[in-house]
Design a protein around this ligand. Structure first.
Ligand code: SF4
Ligand code: FES
Length: 368
């Protein structure tokens, strides 16, 4: 049954901007990126933070695009701290000048999450689409530690960097990270457009799982490793976003409130805007949140499945992307009638010799 009164969300993902100096081909931003002139202003973001705290949100993740392009980032971090919110900066890090992380720590920032594209500098710069980016990231990671901030390294992995996973783990240790997220790319947004260039093989995946398992034992107490397996090779789906409209809300640069960052890929959903309505009201009954909240929307096999309140039917955006129906069982689930087709698609794409990327850019997908 769907719950008539949703519990308060745990976390707000504040997508301050879609602007970013990197052009990662697996970016989770929508293909249709928002321009700077349309972004929420400082006063509007401060009001969003205050409304989130009142609603019961405990954590705010400042994200993008690249949040460091916002001149008001320190002011927003300070406001989050004043409101008692735990704050995390999700950054590509390449824009941080010396002293920048110390300034953000002084403003009240709690945690920094830096993405790395690879352990090999040339490959990392190619994947991110920006020269010298990898070297600059390493300098900023040192700044984060010097400022006394907790550091997580976020490593999206795929066919073109997975063979260097051991070196990526070593890099996280060298940089003094507390946590490493080894996250197989999830295929929506730009990653869907680049799936044939990113899809790993089954043997690459199995080897990666062995490496992570061994490293977790070897590095116990030194580095925590989170591991997200690729849906295309899974037997059961992940509880995407912890379940639709259960734990997270996303406010995008335009002020639209989304149940997940990829939700605009689902046709027919209408997103209410913080410029028009309070966040608490949107969380409580916005049609976009109600659409897939709880279990009442489910069809078989989810409807009668004993895991329906564990994984909440998986990912709505993936069901949309692969089956054309956001209300279908996520094809990552072996009980889905579409699962076999998903697995054979993954095997076929993993063997293609299509390594060129379509890079992320403002203005959307352009023909290669
Ligand atoms: Fe989850 Fe639905 Fe699969 Fe059951 S049938 S495991 S609820 S996705
Ligand atoms: Fe949207 Fe999974 S990415 S529900």
């Amino acid at each position: 049954m769907s719950s008539p009164r949703p519990e308060p969300p745990l976390a707000l993902l504040a997508e301050l901007t879609h602007r970013c100096p990197l052009r990662c081909p697996y970016c989770s931003n929508p293909v249709d990126l928002a321009r700077a002139s349309a972004e929420l202003g400082t006063a509007e973001w401060k009001r969003v933070l205050a409304e989130a705290a009142t609603l019961g949100v405990l954590q705010v993740h400042f994200s993008g695009g690249e949040p460091l392009v916002r001149a008001d980032l320190d002011e927003l971090v300070a406001e989050a701290a004043r409101l008692g919110l735990y704050s995390n900066l999700i950054t590509s890090a390449v824009l941080a000048e010396p002293g920048r992380m110390q300034a953000l720590a002084s403003a009240g920032l709690d945690h920094v999450q830096i993405s790395v594209q690879d352990a090999d500098p040339a490959s990392a710069d190619r994947i991110g689409g920006l020269k010298d980016a990898h070297r600059r990231k390493l300098l900023v990671a040192a700044q984060v530690r010097e400022a006394g901030l907790a550091l997580t390294l976020n490593a999206p992995v795929h066919r073109q960097n997975l063979d260097r996973l051991e070196a990526i783990i070593d890099l996280a240790v060298e940089l003094g990270a507390h946590r490493l997220e080894v996250a197989h790319v999830q295929y929506y947004g730009w990653a869907l457009a680049n799936r044939a260039a990113l899809m790993p093989s089954r043997s690459q995946l199995d080897r990666a799982t062995e490496i992570v398992t061994a490293a977790r034992v070897r590095l116990k107490g030194v580095l925590a490793i989170d591991y997200v397996v690729p849906d295309y090779y899974a037997a059961r789906p992940k509880a995407c976003m912890g379940g639709w409209g259960r734990q997270f809300l996303v406010v995008n640069p335009l002020g639209e409130v989304l149940p997940c960052h990829a939700a605009p890929s689902i046709p027919g959903l209408v997103f209410e805007n913080v410029r028009d309505r309070p966040l608490a009201a949107i969380w409580a009954d916005s049609p976009a949140f109600e659409a897939y909240r709880g279990t009442a929307w489910m069809a078989e096999p989810c409807r009668t499945c004993d895991r329906r309140e564990i994984d909440w039917g998986g990912c709505r955006c993936q069901a949309m992307a692969l089956v054309g129906n956001a209300g279908a069982t996520d094809p990552a689930c072996a009980r889905s009638p579409d699962h076999a087709a998903m697995v054979s698609l993954a095997s076929e794409e993993a063997t293609r010799e299509a390594d060129d990327f379509v890079y992320r850019q403002i203005g959307g997908l352009k023909p290669a």
